[in-house]
Design a binder for this molecule. Structure first.
Ligand SMILES: Nc1ncnc2c1ncn2[C@@H]1O[C@H](COP(=O)(O)OP(=O)(O)OP(=O)(O)O)[C@@H](O)[C@H]1O
Ligand SMILES: [Mg+2]
Length: 375
C-alpha cells in the first residue's frame, strides 16, 4: 500500500500544497509550528475519517476561510485510488472515491490502511483505558468496516441510554419514563456490545502473538509480555467473549437488573465503553511495575504488531505515519524502529536535520510556514 500524492487547500496553516511521496521513508523536516503534523493529519484523516488530534472539521479549515479540500492518491496491489474530501464549517463533509460520492465513512475505511504513531501512544501502557480502547478501535476498524459501523451504533445507543439515566436521576417523572423504555436500549446495547467485544478479543489474541515476537526481538531479553482482554460482562474467561450469544445475554442481564445503581451513577455501568487491555511483563502488571523504558518498548511493540497484523490480513504493508516519535526514543529503540520500517512506506515528521543522515536515502521534504519543498 502506498500514498503517492496529497494535494491540500486551506487545511490548517497550509494554504496550498501538493506533495509527492516516495515508496519508502519520507521525512517531513522543519522547525516547530511549520505544518509537519498538519500534513500528516490530512493524510490520516483520509484513512481514518477523523483527525487524530480530535479536531472538528471547522477547526481544520484555515483561519479566515470557509472550506478546506484534500485530495489523496494512493494505490494498493490491485488498483489506483483517488480520495477527495471537502470540509465545510457546520456542514457535512463531502467525500468522493474515484469521483463517486461516499455516503458513510464506513464505506471508505479500510481502503487506505495506516498505522499512526505519535508521542501520546508511547504512554499507552500507563495511561487510562481510553487510549487502549482507542488503539483497538482504530486498528480493528481498518480491518473490519463492520466493526466501525457497530461501534457507531453502540455509541449512539449509549448516549440515549445515558441521557435517560441522567434525567431519571433528576426527576420522578423521568424515572418512570426510563423504567418503561430503558430495556429497549439495553437490548440493543447488549447486541452491539457483544459483537464489538468478540472483535476486540480476536484482535488482542492476534496482538498477543505479534507484539510478543516484536518485543522479544527488540529487547533481546527473556521478558515475556502478555495482553489480555478485560471485559465487563462478568464472564469467566477471555474466550467466553468469543461467544456473542453468551456475551449478549450476560450484558442484557446486567443492564436490566441494575437500574437503581445506574440511575445513582447517572450513566451506563456495563459495556464495551469500559473495556481495557491487561498488559503484563513476566506476569506482573506493566502499568504498575514496568520501568519507563520497558513501557516504551511495549508501546512500540504494540504499534509494530498493529502493522504486522494489518499486513497479514490484507497481504500488504500499511503506510506508517510517525509524528515526532523518533525524538522521544533512545538510540537503541530508535535504531530498532528504523531497522523495522526502512523497507516500508513511512511518512515521518521531525525537527532534527540529523535524522536525514540516519535515514540514508529518505525522500526529504522541507516544511516551512505551511509550504512543502522536496530537497
Ligand atoms: N485552522 C488553522 N488555520 C491556520 N493555522 C492553523 C490552524 N490550525 C493550526 N494552525 C497552525 O498550524 C501551525 C503548525 O502546526 P503543526 O502542528 O503542523 O506544527 P509542526 O510543524 O508539527 O510543529 P512541531 O514540530 O512543534 O510539532 C501552528 O502554528 C498552528 O497555530
Ligand atoms: Mg508536530
Amino acid at each position: 500500500m502506498q500514498c503517492k500524492k496529497i494535494e491540500v487547500e486551506n487545511f490548517r496553516n497550509i494554504a496550498h500544497a501538493s506533495v509527492e511521496f516516495g515508496p519508502q521513508v519520507n521525512l517531513l523536516l522543519g522547525d516547530n509550528a511549520q505544518g509537519k503534523t498538519n500534513l500528516l493529519e490530512a493524510v490520516s484523516l483520509m484513512a481514518l475519517g477523523r483527525s487524530f488530534r480530535g479536531a472538528k472539521d471547522a477547526d481544520l479549515i484555515r483561519f479566515g476561510q470557509d472550506k478546506a479540500t484534500i485530495a489523496l492518491d494512493y494505490c494498493d496491489h490491485i488498483r489506483d485510488m483517488r480520495l477527495t474530501a471537502t470540509l465545510m464549517a457546520g456542514r457535512r463533509r463531502k467525500m468522493e472515491q474515484n469521483g463517486l460520492p461516499v455516503a458513510k465513512m464506513s464505506e471508505l475505511i479500510g481502503g487506505l490502511r495506516v498505522v499512526l504513531f505519535c508521542p501520546e501512544h508511547l504512554s499507552i501502557i500507563k495511561s487510562g483505558p481510553e487510549l487502549r480502547r482507542n488503539f483497538l478501535d482504530v486498528a480493528i476498524s481498518q480491518l473490519k468496516p463492520v466493526y466501525m459501523s457497530a461501534l457507531g451504533r453502540y455509541n449512539k445507543i449509549l448516549k440515549e441510554r445515558n441521557r435517560l439515566l441522567k434525567e431519571a436521576s433528576e426527576s420522578e417523572d423521568a424515572r418512570r419514563i426510563m423504567q418503561d423504555t430503558i430495556d429497549i436500549w439495553s437490548e440493543q446495547l447488549a447486541k452491539e456490545g457483544a459483537l464489538i467485544a468478540r472483535y476486540r478479543v480476536q484482535y488482542i489474541q492476534k496482538m498477543k502473538q505479534a507484539a510478543s515476537v516484536v518485543f522479544l526481538d527488540m529487547t533481546g531479553g527473556g521478558e515475556v509480555p502478555n495482553f489480555s482482554y478485560v471485559g465487563t460482562a462478568h464472564l469467566d474467561c477471555e474466550d467466553d467473549y468469543l461467544d456473542t450469544v453468551k456475551t449478549e445475554k450476560a450484558f442484557f442481564e446486567l443492564l436490566t437488573t441494575s437500574h437503581a445503581r445506574e440511575v445513582g451513577a447517572g450513566y451506563t455501568l456495563w459495556g464495551i465503553h469500559r473495556d481495557d487491555i491487561d498488559i503484563t511483563l513476566n506476569g506482573v502488571c506493566a502499568r504498575l511495575f514496568a520501568s519507563q523504558g520497558q513501557q516504551r518498548s511495549l508501546a512500540l511493540a504494540m504499534k509494530l504488531a498493529e502493522g504486522e497484523i494489518c499486513r497479514e490480513s490484507c497481504l500488504e504493508h500499511p503506510v506508517y505515519l510517525f509524528d515526532d516519535v523518533l525524538s522521544e526514543l533512545d538510540v537503541r529503540r530508535r535504531d530498532y524502529l528504523t531497522s523495522r520500517i526502512y523497507d516500508k512506506q513511512v511518512i515521518l515528521t521531525t525537527c532534527e536535520p540529523s535524522e536525514m543522515k540516519r535515514m540514508g536515502d529518505a525522500n526529504v521534504i522541507k516544511v516551512q510556514n505551511g509550504t512543502f519543498c522536496a530537497l
